[in-house]
Design a binder for this molecule. Structure first.
Ligand SMILES: C[C@@H](O)[C@H](N)C(=O)O
Ligand SMILES: C[C@@H](O)[C@H](N)C(=O)O
Lengths: 159, 159
C-alpha cells in the first residue's frame, strides 16, 4: 500500500495534564475520566503507557487551555483519592499531527517525522499514533517551525 | 455534536515492545523507529508519555507477532546504544478499539469505555486516543469479553 501523507495539522489551544503515579488496576482510568466528563471538559488526547513493574503508571491527557483550572481541580482531587504522586501541568504545548493513508504499513513515515523534528532540535514530549495519524506533543514555541519543516519534508507545498 | 460509536474492533495479532528508560532528548524516537523501519517491520501503535523530571521516559510500540524476534533484536541493540534500562516484551495482548464520530467532544465516551472494561475487571495496560478512536491494550485473554461488553454497552448489536 502506497503511503500518502496528506497533511500536517497543529493545535496550540491544548494544555497537557499528567497524573503521575496512579495505581495500575481496573477502575482508575474510569474514575478519572468520569470525573472529567462530569465537568463537561472536552478531552482531546489520552496517553497512557504500561506500568513497568505492574504497579504504577502515568496518565496524560490534553484539554482546551480554557478548561485548565477546572481540569486541574478535578485531577488534583482524583490524584489525592488515588494517592498519586503528583499532578503536572504544561500549558506551553502544541499537538503536531501528520495525517495520511497507508501510514501503518510503513513505520518509515513515523521515523521520518521523528527525524525531521530531531534535525530541528524539536524534542518530542509525547507520541500517540493511529493508522492514519501520527501525533506528537512538542513545546509550543516550536509550532510554526515543526509545521513548516514537516510540510517541506513531505512536499505538501506542491499541489 | 452527537456522539455516535459505530464499532468495536480488536487486534490479537500484535505484540508490545517497550524500551524502558530512554533519554528524553531529540533524536531518540528517530533512531529507534528508523532502525525498526529499516528491517521492514510494520509498527501499528506508538505510545510515549512525558518524562517526569525531563530526563528519561519509555517508548512502547506494537508489531505483528510474526516480527517479534526481529523487532526485539533491533530494540535491544538500540536500547544498549542509548543505555536504556531494559526492553520489555508482552505477546499476550489485544488492542481493543472503539470507533466513532464526535468522540472528541465527549470525554464521556472514553470514560464509558474505561468504566465498562473496569466493571469486567479488565485492566487497561495502555491507552491511545484520537478524535475518532479510543484504543486500549488489554490482556489477550480478555479480548472476546472486552468486545462483547463494549458491543452491548454501545448497543451495537441492534441495527
Ligand atoms: C492506569 C489505568 O488505565 C488502569 N490500568 C485502569 O484500568 O483503569
Ligand atoms: C523520547 C523521545 O521521543 C525523544 N524525546 C525524541 O524527541 O526523540
Amino acid at each position: 500500500e502506497q503511503v500518502v501523507v496528506s497533511g500536517v495539522a497543529y493545535d496550540k489551544k491544548q494544555a497537557r495534564i499528567t497524573i503521575h503515579g496512579v495505581p495500575d488496576r481496573p477502575g482508575i482510568a474510569a474514575l478519572l475520566f468520569t470525573a472529567i466528563a462530569n465537568e463537561n471538559i472536552v478531552v482531546d488526547m489520552i496517553v497512557q503507557n504500561i506500568s513497568i513493574e505492574g504497579t504504577i503508571t502515568d496518565i496524560s491527557f490534553t484539554v482546551p487551555k480554557t478548561d485548565i483550572s477546572k481540569a486541574m481541580e478535578v485531577s488534583k482531587k482524583i490524584a489525592k483519592e488515588l494517592k498519586a504522586a503528583e499532578v503536572l501541568l504544561n500549558e506551553d504545548i502544541a499537538k503536531i499531527s501528520v495525517v495520511g493513508v497507508g501510514m501503518r504499513t510503513h513505520s518509515g513515515v513515523a521515523a521520518k517525522i521523528f527525524k525531521i523534528l530531531s534535525e530541528n532540535n524539536i524534542n518530542i514530549m509525547m507520541i500517540s499514533t493511529s493508522e492514519i495519524k501520527v501525533s506528537c506533543i512538542v513545546d509550543l514555541k516550536y509550532t510554526e517551525l515543526a509545521v513548516r519543516v514537516l510540510h517541506d519534508a513531505f512536499e505538501l507545498n506542491k499541489i
